[in-house]
Design a protein around this ligand. Structure first.
Ligand code: SAM
Length: 328
C-alpha cells in the first residue's frame, strides 16, 4: 500500500508553477502547491507576498491604557491606527524612529506583534487562574499575551530549547511587567510538566512560509525534504500537547505557514485514533475554512473546523489555526 506521505510530499512541478516560481523567486514546489490548492487565486497570494508587512503593536493595557499609549505615541510623531479585529492592536503607519527603540517600548507599554500572531493569542482563550502551557514560547508574543489577558493571573509554563531565545523570552515577559511565569529551557517533547494544563498553546516551529512578506528568504529556504521533517516534528508535538492537556482542556495548534503539510495534514495525522478530541469552530473571526483534501487524501472530518489566514484574503501573515478540545 502506498504511504500517503509519499503522495503528499512528492515533488510535482507543472510548467505554470515553474513560470510563476521564476517570476516571483520561489522554489517551484511551493508554487505548485498553491496552484493545486488555490487555483486562480495562487497568483493573488504571490502578489500579496510582495507587499511589505506593516508594523503592528499590541498595547499592553496591564501597564498603560491604550488611549494613553496612543496619545503618547502621537505626541512623539507616530501615526497609529486601530486594527478593527484586534482589541489591543494598532498598525504603525508612520514612525519617526524605530518602534523598538522608544521610551514607551522600553517601559513595556507595547509589544510588536504581527496581526495573525496576535489573533492566535486571543483564540487560546486563557482565563484567570488557569494553568497554561506554551510549548514553543520564544520570543514571547503569545506567552505575554496570555498573561496580559489574564492580568498576570494565569500560571504560564513557557518552554523554549534555545538559550538565546530563552533570554529574549525572559526579557520580554519582564519588560511587559509580568511575574506569573516559569520558563522551562528544553524540548517540549520531553520536558516534565507538574500538572495537567487547562490550555496548551502549540505555536509550532515551522517553515515560516506564512511570513514571506516579512522575510522573503522563506521563498527558497525550506526544501521539500526539510518540510517533511518539520511536518513530522509538528505531528509529534501536537500529539504530545493532546496527551498533556487535562480532560476538558483546550489545545490551540498554530503554524505561521500557508503549507497544508504544516496545518491540515498535521491535524489529520495527530487525530487518527483519538476519538476523545473535538475541533471547535472559531466563530470569533472569518477564517478561510481549512482545506478538506489534498492530492486525493480526504482529511479527518474534524479538520474542517480549523481555519486559515491568507495575506491576499485577510491582509495578515499566512497562518493555520486549529482549536482542539479533549473531551472530559
Ligand atoms: N510562540 C512564539 C511567540 O508568539 O512569540 C513564537 C514561537 S516560534 C513560531 C517557534 C519556537 O519554537 C522557536 O523559538 C523555536 O526555537 C522553538 N522550538 C523549536 N523546537 C522546539 C521544541 N522541540 N520544543 C519547544 N520549542 C521548540
Amino acid at each position: 500500500m502506498t504511504d500517503p506521505d509519499d503522495v503528499i510530499f512528492a515533488e510535482r512541478v507543472t510548467k505554470e508553477a515553474e513560470r510563476l516560481a521564476e517570476r516571483y523567486g520561489y522554489l517551484p514546489y511551493i508554487v505548485e502547491r498553491y496552484l493545486e490548492l488555490l487555483g486562480n487565486e495562487a497568483e493573488d497570494l504571490l502578489e500579496s507576498n510582495e507587499l511589505p508587512m506593516p508594523d503592528v503593536l499590541r498595547c499592553n493595557d496591564y501597564k498603560i491604557s491604550c488611549s494613553e499609549l496612543a496619545s503618547r505615541l502621537g505626541e512623539g510623531g507616530f501615526a497609529i491606527t486601530k486594527v478593527p479585529f484586534l482589541p489591543h492592536g494598532y498598525e504603525i503607519a508612520e514612525s519617526p524612529i524605530s518602534p523598538g527603540a522608544t521610551h514607551e517600548y522600553l517601559k513595556g507599554y507595547y509589544y510588536l506583534q504581527d496581526p495573525g500572531s496576535m489573533l492566535v493569542g486571543y483564540l487560546l482563550g486563557a482565563r484567570p487562574g488557569e494553568l497554561v502551557l506554551d510549548m514553543a514560547a520564544a520570543p514571547g508574543g503569545k506567552a505575554s499575551q496570555v498573561l496580559q489577558l489574564t492580568r498576570d493571573s494565569a500560571t504560564l509554563l513557557a518552554v523554549e530549547p534555545k538559550r538565546e531565545r530563552v533570554k529574549a523570552l525572559r526579557s520580554n515577559l519582564q519588560r511587559l511587567g509580568f511575574s506569573n511565569f516559569v520558563i522551562i529551557k528544553g524540548d517540549a517533547m520531553n520536558v516534565s510538566v507538574p500538572a495537567s494544563p487547562d490550555r496548551v498553546l502549540l505555536d509550532a516551529p515551522s517553515s515560516g512560509e506564512g511570513i514571506i512578506r516579512k522575510d522573503p528568504s522563506r521563498k527558497r529556504k525550506t526544501t521539500l525534504r526539510d518540510l517533511r521533517e518539520i511536518h513530522k516534528r509538528q505531528v509529534n508535538l501536537l500529539r504530545r500537547a493532546l496527551s498533556l492537556v487535562r480532560p476538558g482542556g483546550v489545545v490551540l495548534y498554530a503554524a505561521c505557514s500557508t503549507a497544508v503539510e504544516e496545518g491540515e495534514y498535521v491535524v489529520h495525522k495527530s487525530l487518527t485514533g483519538l476519538d476523545d478530541v473535538k475541533a471547535e469552530p472559531m466563530v470569533e473571526f472569518p477564517f478561510r475554512r481549512a482545506f478538506e483534501e489534498y492530492r486525493g487524501l480526504r482529511f479527518d472530518d474534524r479538520v474542517s473546523a480549523c481555519g486559515r489566514l491568507f495575506p491576499h484574503v485577510h491582509g495578515t501573515e499566512g497562518f493555520f489555526v486549529c482549536r482542539l478540545r479533549r473531551l472530559g
